[in-house]
Structures are given as structure tokens and as C-alpha cells.
Ligand binder design. Structure first.
Ligand SMILES: Nc1ncnc2c1ncn2[C@@H]1O[C@H](COP(=O)(O)OP(=O)(O)OP(=O)(O)O)[C@@H](O)[C@H]1O
Ligand SMILES: [Mg+2]
Length: 253
């Protein structure tokens, strides 16, 4: 069974069809690439899947559960998170604080628990701290743990964005252009980190315009154009396809 099943998803903005009935499947345990020309609807699809922008029609199932009408926090709790095309987070907080903020079920969220500082809540706080420092170590962010997020390089900001996603212990991460605006050395490093994340059992759906990254990392590639899935296959298969080349040229085959 697919981990994620998208069926007939539509979404318009002021009469413009951003998504025209998208069907796609994401298989677990691998990196699926999602490519397509600017305006194809890739980010809109991510927004619909993650609950940020409600779909007008169609269904989205994750791990067998219908998540079509869930709010973003409910989708996150199901184990599905999304990173943003423009890295978000809190620029004036440190890297560590940014990570800690994205842990689910924080003891401090419950007034009672915060006042009592029960053994259980202290243990949970310690666990969250270990998780955050572990994720930072994996992403080579230990050195900058106490730096403000705004002081990070572009590539480090992207890594922090991935770290924030990992804090909720997801099964599937939707990555929206994790390598955009990043220097080539860090692009390679981000790619290596993504492989490591998959080796730990997380599934990835990756939007990226840098085709060398897609070619290097993706087991399977889905092409979108004009709000629809155009084609899917291995990178070699889709890259050599005439219709795909036409879509990128801004013309219809
Ligand atoms: N909030 C919105 N309001 C109005 N139009 C929108 C909105 N979000 C997306 N669109 C439109 O939907 C279409 C698809 O945009 P989307 O951002 O999903 O494309 P994309 O494939 O992610 O492109 P890119 O590769 O440039 O990031 C575009 O025509 C865009 O202008
Ligand atoms: Mg986009």
C-alpha cells in the first residue's frame, strides 16, 4: 500500500486552476521527486496535503487515513510534515530554541504540568532536549546551536528547516526546494543528510528545481505540469520524455 495517496485533488485561486485533479502515490522508504515548471502547482499540492490550503475537491489518504479535511496540526500529528520553500522559523531565537519549539506534546503546554514539574514532565523535557541535540548533531548544526537562526548561512537555514520537521518524529516529510539558493557544497551535504534521514525510516517527497540533485537522490520521479501529474518514472525516463521537455519549454506537446 502507498504511504500517501492523492486522488483527483483540485484547487483554484480566484478562478485560476492551480490543481486540476492531481493523482499521485508516494511509496514508503524512499525519496520521490516532484518536479515541473514554475507554476505547475507543486507548492499548492504540498499546501493541500499538509492542510495549509484546503483542497476544493478530491481525497488525500495518508497511511490509510483520510486526511483531506484535517488542519495542519492534525496532519502533523498523523506523522506528515512539510518544510517551506522560504525557510521559516523564528529568526531571533537560537537554533536550539527553534528546534525545541517544534517538539510535540511539550510538558510546558499544560499549565498543570508546568506548575507541578512532575517527574514525568521533567523526563519528557530531557527527552526533547536529547532529541533536539541529536538532530542538530546529525545536521552538523552543533557548532551553531546557540547562534540566532538569523545568523545562519542560507544552507544552514535550510538544514534547520529540515531539523524542525524532524522534531515531530514524522513518517513522511514534504520538502519544498531544500536546495534553492544554496551553494553547491551545501547542496551535496543536504543531499547526504536526506539519504541519512531515509535510512532512519523516514519517507521523503522532494520538490526541487536542481535536476542534478533529483537525479542523484530520487528513486522515483513524478512530473507535474499545469496542475496535473504529467508522467512518472525513473529520472532517466522522465528526463528523456518529449512531453516533459515540452512542458519545461512552456509549450504543450
Ligand atoms: N495563495 C495563492 N493565491 C493566488 N494564486 C496562487 C496562490 N498560490 C498559488 N497560486 C497560483 O497557483 C499556481 C501554481 O503555483 P505553485 O506555487 O503551486 O507552483 P509551483 O509548481 O510550486 O511553482 P514554483 O516551481 O515556481 O515554486 C500559480 O499560477 C500560482 O500563481
Ligand atoms: Mg513552489
Amino acid at each position: 500500500m502507498s504511504l500517501l495517496e492523492v486522488r483527483g485533488v483540485t484547487r483554484s485561486f480566484y478562478g485560476v486552476h492551480a490543481l486540476n485533479g492531481v493523482d499521485l502515490d508516494v511509496e514508503p522508504g524512499r525519496i520521490t521527486g516532484l518536479i515541473g515548471p514554475n507554476g505547475a502547482g507543486k507548492t499548492t499540492l504540498f499546501n493541500c496535503i499538509s492542510g495549509l490550503v484546503p483542497a476544493d475537491g478530491g481525497t488525500i489518504r495518508f497511511g490509510g487515513t483520510d486526511i483531506t479535511r484535517l488542519r495542519p496540526d492534525q496532519v502533523t500529528r498523523q506523522g506528515l510534515v512539510k518544510t517551506f520553500q522560504i525557510a521559516r522559523g523564528f529568526p531571533r531565537l537560537t537554533v536550539l530554541e527553534n528546534l525545541l519549539l517544534y517538539a510535540p506534546d511539550q510538558p510546558g503546554e499544560h499549565v498543570g504540568a508546568a506548575l507541578l514539574r512532575s517527574k514525568a514532565s521533567l523526563a519528557r523535557e530531557r527527552q526533547i532536549m536529547e532529541q533536539a541535540t541529536g538532530i542538530a548533531a546529525m545536521l552538523n548544526l552543533t557548532r551553531v546551536l546557540n547562534d540566532k537562526a538569523s545568523d545562519l548561512s542560507g544552507g544552514q537555514k535550510k538544514l534547520l528547516e529540515i531539523g524542525r520537521a524532524l522534531m515531530s518524529d514524522p513518517k513522511l516529510i514534504l520538502l519544498d526546494e531544500p536546495a534553492a539558493g544554496v551553494n553547491p557544497t551545501l547542496v551535496r551535504e543536504i543531499g547526504e543528510k536526506l539519504r541519512e534521514i531515509v535510512a532512519r525510516g523516514v519517507t521523503l517527497l522532494l520538490i526541487e528545481h536542481q535536476m542534478d540533485m533529483i537525479a542523484r537522490l530520487c528513486d522515483h520521479v513524478i512530473v507535474m505540469a499545469e496542475g496535473r501529474r504529467l508522467l512518472e518514472g525513473t529520472f532517466e525516463e522522465v528526463a528523456s520524455n518529449h512531453e516533459v521537455q515540452q512542458a519545461y519549454m512552456g509549450r504543450r506537446a
